[in-house]
Design a protein around this ligand. Structure first.
Ligand code: APR
Length: 173
């Protein structure tokens, strides 16, 4: 751990956060969908969807960056979480890749603050308690190394996810 470590849990709508980047739990088309993806595309406006259409999609575990358009966040980092298929299909490693690759992309762009939703914990069915530990472990690892990120917000839409993230954060690395 370093002095610049700051990870906090926050409950609410991620589209309201004025951070350098919010992360979108997208699908591999990057063309929008429901859940947090739909909320981000609605709040950012049609220019986001048009920009995403030019990116040619994104594989599971990878990340792509776009402007935030009408969002208070300057950028959106789109990542594609794994669909939960019982846990024996590399789901945990793929979810860790989402966090790692999103944070590496943020760092490559010199960003200082980033907010994550609970990637894969909605439609994609990833068990939220395990996902919370993966989120915290990979955020801690990123902050422990060199880089520009100073503040990571783990954004939970509901109280249950906020509690699970807080519990994971309360446990030592
Ligand atoms: N702010 C913060 N969190 C949100 C918001 C929001 N506005 N809306 C939903 N969430 C939370 C959900 O409660 C859930 O905990 O985001 C988490 C992720 O849920 P989903 O959005 O369903 O994402 P995921 O499980 O990764 O599924 C991705 O859903 O809509 C599609 O295009 C998307 O196909 C992709 C799939």
């Amino acid at each position: 751990m370093t002095n610049r470590e700051s990870i906090r849990v926050w409950q609410g709508d991620i589209t309201t956060l004025a951070v350098d980047a919010i992360v979108n739990a997208a699908n591999s088309s990057l063309l929008g969908g429901g859940g947090v993806d739909g909320a981000i595309h609605r709040a950012a406006g049609p220019d986001l969807t048009a920009f995403c259409a030019g990116l040619g999609g994104c594989p599971t575990g990878a990340a792509r960056i776009t402007p935030g358009f009408r969002l208070p966040a300057r950028h959106v980092i789109h990542t594609v979480g794994p669909v939960w298929r019982g846990g024996e299909h590399g789901e945990a490693a793929a979810l860790a890749d989402c966090y790692r690759n999103s944070l590496a992309l943020a760092d490559a762009h010199g960003l200082r603050s980033i907010a994550f939703p609970a990637i894969s914990c909605g439609v994609y069915g990833f068990p939220p308690e395990t996902a919370a530990h993966i989120a915290v472990a990979n955020c801690r690892a990123a902050l422990a190394g060199p880089g520009t990120i100073e503040e990571i917000v783990l954004a939970a839409f509901d109280q249950r996810m906020a509690l699970l993230l807080s519990e994971a954060l309360g446990q030592p690395a």
